[in-house]
Design a protein around this ligand. Structure first.
Ligand code: CDP
Length: 224
């Protein structure tokens, strides 16, 4: 069997993790796994089915009923929940408002981490998230920890969301990013932390192309 190679991309909300991870996956011909989409899919299911996160039996039952899959559609990584394309829905603000609360629930994390480890059993895999380099794959071959200023992150998310909802304000977006970063960094179970061996990238003032070139150079040094 060929050796499995994992690259972990963790960091704060909307700091370009998925942009980098997708670009690296494309350049290296690796599989890309968007673990944030998995927590968003669970959140959507909980909201649609009124699952109370404090009611453990209901949470366990719901997790049994949830099936999350990724598929490439029109060249885009697309998330499916129980066979339905939910890629657009899970990016909406009402899901962002609840996802970090749902992601604090240990039973939810256990179920997602188990699936992520199974999905990682292929030769080359890049995962983006919050706890990939610290918890899911602590032995990942290469770890990136990404950050950017709140202003830059807000502007990026606003641009992404404005096609859907023109009434969104920079203040509302910034508040959501700060709220999620706070919950993600302070939860008891696998909080957002920079792994000791992660390479930190602040991309506030560099282009996507510069960021990709830097990271590919590191991949070549450490992996290729
Ligand atoms: O794209 P963005 O950085 O804004 O967020 P995301 O990657 O879609 O993740 C949404 C939320 O899922 C995060 O704010 C975390 O609460 C949670 N999450 C997590 O707890 N662990 C992960 N590995 C990935 C996401």
């Amino acid at each position: 069997m060929e050796t499995q190679i994992i690259i972990a991309v963790d960091g704060f909300a909307s700091c370009g993790k998925s942009t980098l991870a997708k670009a690296l996956a494309k350049s290296l011909d690796y599989i890309y796994i968007d673990t944030g989409a998995m927590y968003r899919a669970v959140t959507l299911y909980f909201l649609e089915n009124k699952v109370n996160i404090k009611d453990e039996p209901s949470v366990m039952q719901a997790l049994d009923d949830i099936n999350i899959r990724f598929q490439i559609l029109d060249k885009k990584n697309t998330t499916f929940l129980n066979g339905k394309n939910i890629e657009e829905e899970i990016r909406k603000m009402y899901v962002s408002e609840w996802v970090s609360e749902v992601a604090t629930v240990s039973a939810v994390r256990r179920a997602m981490v188990k699936q992520q480890r199974e999905m990682g059993q292929q030769k080359g895999v890049i995962l983006d998230g919050r706890d990939i380099g610290t918890v899911v794959f602590p032995d990942a071959k290469l770890k990136f920890f990404m950050t950017a200023s709140l202003e830059v992150r807000t502007q990026r998310r606003l641009t992404e969301l404005q096609n859907q909802d023109r009434s969104l304000t920079p203040e509302a977006v910034a508040k959501n990013l700060q709220h999620r970063d706070h919950i993600d960094s302070t939860r008891d179970d696998s909080p957002l932390r920079q792994a000791k061996d992660a390479v930190v990238i602040d991309n506030s003032n560099i282009t996507q192309e510069e960021q990709l070139a830097m990271c590919l150079a590191l991949v070549n040094m450490r992996i290729a």
